[in-house]
Design a protein. Structure first.
Length: 403
């Protein structure tokens, strides 16, 4: 096992300057928000340097001067199998692992492989936007099993899910959930599986955030429904290597695996990213200690934001962030419509967050905050938010004569 040095652990709390690196969160900020004059806390990658073992692996491979077509090695498959077994208790054979370029492309391949035009696909909003857009783009019937929200907690509407399953072929599931940070309980997962088995619905489970779970346990869907599940995951969120386009699917069922693989190959996705392969192997064989230290840092950041919002009596609170480095902020008490809310964050607080309505209409009144940065940056972000709110209150007071 790779042991982090004290210096490497301390570096986790340091934000890396990403200027002039073509980072989406910086280069696309002006297009998304209409200004660059803000702290960008939206795209789901980290301002924290990737694990040192990953950096070393890429640098070592870069020393060889040829970067040609590359096969997925035995070590690649072995590292995935050992990671899945050690972390989730999931035994996977090599044949069940299908290398891919990203979870979103794999969502699209799954829709094409397992449904026909007009057939039903279940999603659960609020939800990472490509789930919904992928269904619509392929002209399938969108069946939205909206999550229930009560007292700051999301839950599944099983009665509605069962009704929608009767007209569905596919269920696109997000576990852990993005944007709310919910980790689904085993009993909830078992009930979903029971309904899908009854109605013969195939489950595509996006588990890309499953390594970043704090106190609860994540249950891989392949443990509960191996014959009807396609698991989509990657080390990209855990080790901050999303730009290397290296993900994979786990498909134990041979028939489903063949259908998915045929669709992926039909679209020309065959060869691997030479540096992505090395990064995955290094992450899964040497990176676990670093990852656990990272989680401590992320959890401390989450606690800081929650404490700041509470002690400064801001009318904003986060749902319980049980997983991911994304906080789902309930801003409904500000009593703004969604355009006003986004304007408040962007132009008053000078913060670039994801608007809740981009995750579906049920996200109205919410904002998604990425806390995978340094504590120093988060302190600045929260102070900006507090100052903007205080100024807003002072302005209201002047208008109604209370100040």
């Amino acid at each position: 096992m790779y042991n982090c040095t004290k210096k490497e652990i301390n570096m986790i709390d340091a934000s890396v300057n990403r200027q002039n690196t073509h980072a989406v969160k910086l280069e696309s900020a002006s297009t998304k928000f209409g200004t660059n004059d803000l702290l960008p806390l939206w795209v789901a990658d980290m301002d924290i340097a990737s694990a040192p073992c990953v950096q070393d692996a890429i640098l070592q491979r870069a020393l060889h001067p040829i970067y040609g077509y590359t096969v997925y090695s035995e070590e690649y498959y072995k590292s995935i199998k050992n990671w899945m077994l050690g972390r989730f208790g999931l035994a996977v054979d090599t044949e069940s692992i299908i290398p891919a370029y990203g979870v979103v492309p794999s969502l699209n391949f799954s829709i094409e492989a397992f449904t026909q035009m007009g057939e039903g696909v279940i999603v659960q909003t609020p939800l990472y936007p490509p789930f919904v857009s992928s269904v619509q783009k392929h002209r399938r019937k969108l069946l939205d099993n909206k999550l229930l929200y009560k007292n700051g907690v999301y839950s599944i509407d099983f009665e509605d899910f069962e009704a929608k399953a009767k007209e569905a072929k596919l269920f696109l599931f997000c576990s852990p959930h993005n944007p709310s940070g919910r980790v689904w309980d085993k009993a909830e997962l078992e009930r979903l599986v029971q309904i899908c088995e009854k109605e013969d619905v195939i489950i595509v489970s996006d588990e890309i955030h499953s390594d970043i779970v704090y106190e609860k346990s994540h249950y891989n869907m392949a443990l509960l429904a191996p014959q009807r599940s396609i698991i989509l995951t990657a080390p990209s969120k855990s080790f901050n290597i999303a730009g290397l386009n290296t993900s994979y699917a786990i498909i134990p069922n041979k028939k489903l695996r063949k259908a998915y693989t045929n669709e992926q190959r039909k679209n020309g996705f065959n060869d691997g990213n030479i540096f992505g392969i090395e990064a995955l192997i290094a992450s899964y064989t040497l990176g676990e200690v670093w990852l656990e230290e990272l989680k401590l840092h992320l959890k401390a950041n989450i606690d800081f934001v929650n404490n700041f919002l509470h002690t400064h009596t801001l009318p904003i609170f986060a749902t319980d962030t049980q997983a991911t480095y994304l906080m789902w902020l309930d801003c409904s008490a500000l009593e703004m419509d969604d355009k006003e809310l986004e304007k408040f964050f962007v132009y008053d607080a000078k913060l670039g967050l994801n608007s809740g309505v981009s995750f579906g209409n049920v996200g109205s009144g919410f904002m998604r905050l990425n806390i995978a940065t340094s504590l120093e940056v988060l302190e600045e972000a929260m102070q900006r938010l507090y100052n903007a709110y205080k100024e807003l209150q002072d302005t209201k007071g002047e208008k109604d004569g209370t100040v």
